[in-house]
Write a protein that binds this ligand. Structure first.
Ligand SMILES: NC(=O)c1ccc[n+]([C@@H]2O[C@H](COP(=O)([O-])OP(=O)(O)OC[C@H]3O[C@@H](n4cnc5c(N)ncnc54)[C@H](OP(=O)(O)O)[C@@H]3O)[C@@H](O)[C@H]2O)c1
Length: 254
């Protein structure tokens, strides 16, 4: 057990983290469960990993629902929330973590489909289940959040632009969410040590990670960044709906 969140701070809550079979999503869903939440683990491909994590979280005494869903398929999203409704009847926390766009062999507009359209479709499908006091957290990178003012590596640019487009589309929903008592926070972080994305970028730009680490002073690892995502779920929503993790001095504010 860790003490990322105060013990019992999510007792009785139900939380769904998209893309939570591995990486940042998996650590986030674990922290939420450790703090008392019953959880929904969503995966696209990694069913065995999702089931293994679910078994660990059930040992903590939590109810865990594992749902396979390709978020780029609206029917798949609908089936996921039908399953959540049938199992729990409601949702208190939605973490929009799933992301992509650097996979090979995908359609040209895949990044935008996943990082913008799917995020909005997931939110829209979740809203009927989210009550007063619920929280939505969108996970992004500094390279995407600041893409309008700070260029990034060419290999990541389409992903960065699509994630920023997703962030902008989600932010347009803030007033409507606020009317329903639903808080919305964007959590943005620098490159994360040890992730597939960072490895792919390093392969294309040898030395890029070391350069970012030097410039930022420190790069977060998966569990450290996931802890910040989990804290954003329970902490007060910032006035600008934005939680910037780590050093941002290399990124120009808008
Ligand atoms: N990596 C970094 O350096 C970094 C830095 C800052 C912020 N972030 C942000 O942190 C979040 C997680 O990043 P990560 O590096 O942990 O990502 P990752 O290792 O690439 O994992 C992405 C997750 O999204 C899921 N996913 C991908 N496409 C999907 C789809 N079509 N439908 C449903 N699920 C899908 C994957 O599921 P499967 O495993 O089942 O395919 C996986 O669980 C992202 O929002 C990312 O922008 C990452």
């Amino acid at each position: 057990m860790t003490d990322v969140l105060p013990a019992g701070s999510l007792d009785g809550k139900v939380a769904l983290v998209t893309g939570s079979s591995r990486g940042i999503g998996a650590d986030t869903v674990r922290y939420l469960a450790e703090a008392g939440a019953d959880v929904v683990i969503n995966f696209r491909n990694k069913a065995p990993r999702a089931e293994k994590l679910a078994a660990q979280l059930r040992e903590l005494g939590r109810r865990v629902l594992v749902v396979g869903a390709d978020l780029t398929d609206p029917a798949s999203i609908g089936e996921m929330f039908d399953a959540v409704k049938a199992e729990f009847g409601r949702l208190d926390v939605l973490v929009l973590n799933a992301s992509g766009g650097m996979e090979s062999g995908m359609a040209e507009d895949y990044a935008l489909t996943l990082n913008r359209d799917a995020q909005i479709n997931v939110l829209d499908a979740a809203v009927p289940l989210l009550g007063d006091g619920a929280r939505v957290v969108f996970v992004t990178s500094h390279q995407a959040h600041f893409i309008r003012t700070t260029p990034t590596m060419p290999e990541y640019e389409p992903v960065a632009l699509s994630k920023r487009a997703g962030e902008d589309a989600l932010r347009e929903r803030i007033p409507g969410l606020a009317e329903r008592g639903i808080g919305f926070t964007v959590v943005s972080g620098d490159m994360i040590e040890g992730t597939i994305t960072a490895t792919l970028l390093e392969r294309a730009n040898p030395g890029a990670i070391a350069e970012r680490r030097e410039s930022a002073g420190k790069l977060y690892n998966v569990s450290e960044f996931a802890a910040e995502v989990a804290r954003a779920v329970v902490d007060e929503v910032p006035a600008d709906n934005t939680r910037l993790v780590g050093d941002v001095s290399a990124f120009a504010a808008e």
